[in-house]
Ligand binder design. Structure first.
Ligand code: ZN
Ligand code: ZN
Length: 101
């Protein structure tokens, strides 16, 4: 649906809705002469499909949860690393100290 609308957005050599429904030749200007003369809205799309809702996309809220758990995992990993590093350092220090013994 959206793709159809957007692909129709660029100027096309086709009649507007009024001319199409009246089966008359459209001069393909926007607004076309016929619509201007009749005081009608010149459009290739139905008025209800004006495309104003395209900017009002719903923000994604699902990703917040997974991102939170990912952060928790990162903290967990960081804590493990810290523990590992400190124990390694401890071992190294002990090793160095034993050399001096
Ligand atoms: Zn027309
Ligand atoms: Zn028209």
């Amino acid at each position: 649906m959206r793709r159809w609308l957007s692909s129709r957005r660029h100027p096309t050599k086709s009649a507007c809705l009024v001319c199409r429904s009246a089966k008359t030749k459209c001069d393909e200007t926007r607004p076309c002469t016929r619509c201007v003369n009749k005081g009608l809205t010149c459009s290739e799309l139905p008025p209800s499909e004006g495309g104003f809702d395209e900017s009002s996309e719903k923000p994604e809220k699902k990703s917040t949860r997974s991102r939170g758990s990912k952060l928790m995992r990162r903290i967990e990993i960081a804590e493990i690393w810290e523990r590992e590093a400190s124990s390694l350092l401890d071992e190294a220090l002990r090793h160095v100290l034993s050399e001096f013994d």
